[in-house]
Design a protein around this ligand. Sequence first.
Ligand SMILES: Nc1ncnc2c1ncn2[C@@H]1O[C@H](COP(=O)(O)OP(=O)(O)OP(=O)(O)O)[C@@H](O)[C@H]1O
Length: 252
Amino acid sequence: MVATAAARSDAPLFACEDIRLDLGGRSILHGISLSVRPGEVLGIIGPNGAGKTSLFEVLSGRIKPKSGRVTFKGEDVTRLPLHARARMGVGRTYQTPVVPDELTVGQTFKAARQAYRPYLTRFDAEYGAELVHLHVDHDEPSARLETMNRRKLLLACLLMRRPAILLMDEPAAGLINSEVDEIDHLIRMLSKEMNVAIIIVEHRIELLETIADGVMVMDAGEVIASGSLKDILEDPKVHEAYFESYDEEARA
Ligand SMILES: Nc1ncnc2c1ncn2[C@@H]1O[C@H](COP(=O)(O)OP(=O)(O)OP(=O)(O)O)[C@@H](O)[C@H]1O
């Protein structure tokens, strides 16, 4: 990974254009476009059911869209499956940090190293663990780790592949404040020092305030606003779709 801001390019690293998706006979995404450059952090917010996770499924290659294009480093990857995109440098994290039940931390690292071609080395695994400050006994069963260490373990397994972009689905879910700060710091380090592009779905606006260069707001499968956090917070459409639905939930 390139380490200087000077090396950043203005060309999009990763983009999608006019993504449309149907699931279970329903239209879920109605023409979503976005792009990120190296080192840029794009935050995605929106009420429950807005289509944020579905968009990640399309961007990561788990689900093929009905129409539209996904590009990475200028190449059309729309028809490439998840594992092919992962090998090219697209990393994804999930809302729930699911670790292998039957493996220790050391075995989890080994499995992750061997899932890559050519196999990654122990040094790659140590590099990933150091980046996220994962300090746990490698004989510990992964399933016994606390949420934060599970997240760190999964991130370390991803980062040892040196991804160029990370798609992060609510990386702070289930964490306490000090842990959220640690994730926030890690995201800033990855993006600003290592030039990794990051698209992050996050409900907590305060997390986006410190890390996101731009924010996109989704509602009912559409982008209803995008720009700086300040601009979107002042947008009446955003208030109506996002905050009022949250207020209603809070009152319910
Ligand atoms: N496999 C599926 N089949 C049918 N509908 C689906 C499927 N997966 C998701 N949906 C629907 O797609 C819409 C978008 O869901 P999605 O999970 O992408 O939203 P989200 O913005 O990530 O929501 P949340 O913040 O609650 O995670 C919802 O109405 C959901 O019910």
